[in-house]
Every structure is written in structure tokens, then in C-alpha cells.
Design a binder for this molecule. Structure first.
Ligand SMILES: Nc1ncnc2c1ncn2[C@@H]1O[C@H](COP(=O)(O)OP(=O)(O)OP(=O)(O)O)[C@@H](O)[C@H]1O
Ligand SMILES: [Mg+2]
Length: 368
């Protein structure tokens, strides 16, 4: 840690904790977005996690913090009512000395302090199918715990995040502008999207008609956003609530499948290696439906495979749009990087179409 980082964390900790309490504060975890520190304190105090929220990524900080506050308070109450351990089963925001749940320092940097979840482990990546099952179960249970939360009271901190039709509009706009003259290079990809244009509207249309309910969604359903109990091995707590928003349950499910059940890397150049692993898909589906414990509607369950396909199509559409716009949004290592990524997504969506019957049969098998 540099001297200035030490000073900044010290200043932030002073806003939350009495002077002289902190024994050490060191960088911690493998998060890519926020700066995360483990804080050790004098006897009689618990351990904490200090985080500086990345304002390059998150612009609407008040709304983001408001969403996290509301959800953690709701979960805490529910966990207590169920006889659980509220200090370990949800994040607990420690109020600053001024009573607020965040501290904004003189440089405008925003900090939060949460309780460190004791006796827990975090796994960086899925190493065996069982891990993916546990991940599905944890995010399903998260849905179940928040099933009666009024999702519309949360702020959509990234507007139109999974609004596939609006992602499509952006693509057609990029094609018509064609600022770099790339559109002529991608007729196959554009044709692939066009052929599925109607389908891309399905979920948002169903939401508008009330056929799918608005839910609290996590939007970053990765294994390393779950803490597991070090003693029992069970999932304990879902972390990283910065992208919590109102949305559709099938999107949380679908995005997890999109990145977790792909047999190849997101930027694999050889698309013949890109498949949907039905084994992993089944593991996550089983876990997710078990975790949801009957809190999803019949229609939501029925639409889970479509959630996976839509998230995959949408992601491909976003990569392709960014490619046409000169790769200004996603970080790229070479000029065609976004095109390569778009192609993997479309290859995955095509494989889902080939495996559609198996995907729907698996959902039916675990429907509860
Ligand atoms: N309260 C906590 N108790 C124990 N460990 C924690 C806690 N909060 C965070 N961690 C650890 O720190 C890591 C990073 O935290 P978090 O996921 O909030 O950061 P991030 O930068 O937003 O991550 P990402 O790269 O996933 O967006 C977690 O994967 C976990 O290992
Ligand atoms: Mg994380």
C-alpha cells in the first residue's frame, strides 16, 4: 500500500471508528471494481471490511447506496425473524460517526464499512460442477429471501441495463451511423441478430403485460460474490450488492448460465469450441430452483431457458455495437476483440437453440 493510500484509508476509518481502535488495514480479496481492505481492530471489536466504491464505474452513488441500505436492512430483519445469524448471513453496513451509512472524504471518494464475515471462505472460480450448483443455490435463495421485497422501490442505477430491445436499438443506430465503415464486415452477425429480433422483445413484453413480475436482481451472479460457511460448506451470504436493481429473475439466472456454462472463454477466437455445457447448465438450474424454494411463478420457471438465451444474445449485441462504435466501452486488447466476443456469444446462443429441448426438460425436472 502506498503512503497516500494508507492516509486515505486511515482518514476513512476515522469517520467510522473511535480513534486508536484500528490495529491494521490491508488490501484484501480479489475484487476488480472496488478497493477492498480487511480491518483488524483492538480486542473487543469485530473485524471489518472497508471499501472505496469505484466512482469511475458507478455514477449514481446516492441511488446505489440507497439500494444497498434498503436491501441489507430488509435481509437483516428477515434473517433475525427466521432465527439466523444476521451478522454473517447478510452484509451489515456500519454507520459512520455522523449516522450515515457512507463516508465521502475531502476528495469526493465514497467509502463504506461492513462487518467482516467470520469463519467464511470465498472461491474465486468454479472448479467443479458442484461449485456451480452451490452458486445457483445461493443466488436462488437470494431471490427467495427478497421475493416479497417491493422491487419497484429500488432505483434502476444503470437504466435499461437488461432492456434487450433498447440494446437492439443501439445496435441498429450504430449500423446506420457506421462511423468506421465496419458494418459491411459483419453481415452474418447482423443477419443472426435480425432473425432473432422479435424474440429479443419477449421478456420485456411479458414484464409490461404483467406476465413476469419485477424482482430484485443482483446482476453480478458470480461464485466469488458468495461467502461459504467454513465449517459446513453451505452458502452463507451473497456479497457485492452494488448492482442490485429492479429486474427479472430470469436475467440473474440467464447471465450466470451465459458466463458459467460456456465451454470456452468469452473471447475464444475459434467458435467451434463454444458450446453450452448441459452438465453445468443442469447443475446451476438444480441449485437455483432449490434455492428459490417455490418463490418463482410458473411462468418465470418456464422462461428460465429464454433468460439464458436473451442474456447471451444481449451480450453479443452489446459487443457488436461497441465494435461498430470503435470499441469505446469494453476494454479491448486488439481491434477485433469485441467482434470476437460477439461471435462467441452468438455461437453460444446458436448452441442453446440446438439444445433447447434439453434445456427446457432440465428446468421441468427440477421445477418445485
Ligand atoms: N464482508 C465481507 N466479509 C468477508 N469477505 C468479504 C466481505 N466483503 C468482501 N469480501 C471479500 O472481498 C472480495 C471483493 O469484494 P466485492 O465483491 O464486494 O468487491 P468488488 O470489487 O465489487 O468485486 P467484483 O470484482 O466482483 O465486482 C470478495 O470476493 C470477498 O472475497
Ligand atoms: Mg465481487
Amino acid at each position: 500500500m502506498t503512503g497516500s493510500e494508507r492516509e486515505q484509508t486511515q482518514r476513512a476509518l476515522n469517520a467510522f471508528l473511535p480513534e486508536g481502535v484500528v490495529v491494521s488495514c490491508e488490501r484484501f480479496g480479489n475484487g476488480h471494481i472496488n478497493d477492498t481492505y480487511l480491518v483488524e481492530c483492538a480486542e473487543g471489536y469485530p473485524r471489518y471490511v472497508l471499501q472505496r466504491i469505484n466512482q469511475g464505474v458507478f455514477h449514481n452513488l446516492d441511488a446505489l447506496n440507497g439500494n444497498v441500505e434498503k436491501i441489507t436492512a430488509f435481509l437483516r430483519k428477515k434473517i433475525i425473524a427466521q432465527g439466523g445469524d444476521p451478522d454473517r448471513e447478510t452484509l451489515n453496513l456500519i454507520p459512520a460517526k455522523d449516522g450515515r451509512k457512507n463516508y465521502v472524504d475531502g476528495d469526493g471518494q465514497c467509502w463504506r464499512l461492513v462487518l467482516y464475515i467470520e469463519d467464511s471462505v470465498c472461491y474465486e472460480q468454479v472448479e467443479k460442477p458442484e461449485d456451480f450448483y452451490l452458486s445457483g443455490k445461493a443466488f436462488g435463495y437470494f431471490q427467495r429471501m427478497l421475493a416479497d421485497y417491493p422491487a419497484e422501490t429500488l432505483v434502476e442505477t444503470i437504466p435499461h441495463f437488461h432492456d434487450t430491445p433498447s440494446r437492439l436499438t443501439a445496435l441498429w443506430h450504430a449500423v446506420s451511423e457506421d462511423r468506421y465503415g465496419y458494418a459491411g464486415q459483419v453481415p452474418v452477425e447482423l443477419e443472426f441478430v435480425k432473425a432473432r429480433e422479435k424474440e429479443c422483445h419477449t421478456a420485456m413484453d411479458m414484464l409490461a403485460k404483467g406476465e413476469l413480475p419485477l424482482r430484485v436482481t443482483h446482476n453480478d451472479t458470480k461464485l466469488n460474490n458468495i461467502m461459504f460457511d467454513a465449517r459446513t460448506g453451505d452458502a452463507l451470504c451473497v456479497l457485492d450488492l452494488d448492482t442490485i436493481m429492479p429486474g427479472l429473475s430470469i436475467f440473474d439466472f440467464g447471465d450466470a448460465i451465459r458466463f458459467g456454462a460456456n465451454t470456452a472463454l468469452e473471447d475464444e477466437k475459434d467458435v467451434s469450441k463454444v458450446f453450452l455445457s448441459l452438465e453445468l447448465y443442469e447443475m446451476f438450474t438444480k441449485g437455483f430452483l432449490e434455492g428459490c424454494q417455490g418463490s418463482l411463478t410458473d411462468e418465470e420457471i418456464h422462461m428460465l431457458p429464454m433468460g439464458a438465451k436473451l442474456m447471451t444474445m444481449e451480450c453479443g449485441i452489446r459487443f457488436l455495437t461497441d465494435y461498430l462504435e470503435g470499441s469505446v466501452y469494453f476494454h479491448t486488447d486488439y481491434s477485433e476483440h469485441n467482434l470476437v466476443r460477439a461471435r462467441t456469444q452468438f455461437a453460444l446462443a446458436a448452441d442453446m437453440e440446438r439444445k433447447w429441448k434439453a434445456m427446457t426438460d432440465i428446468v421441468e425436472k427440477y421445477r418445485v
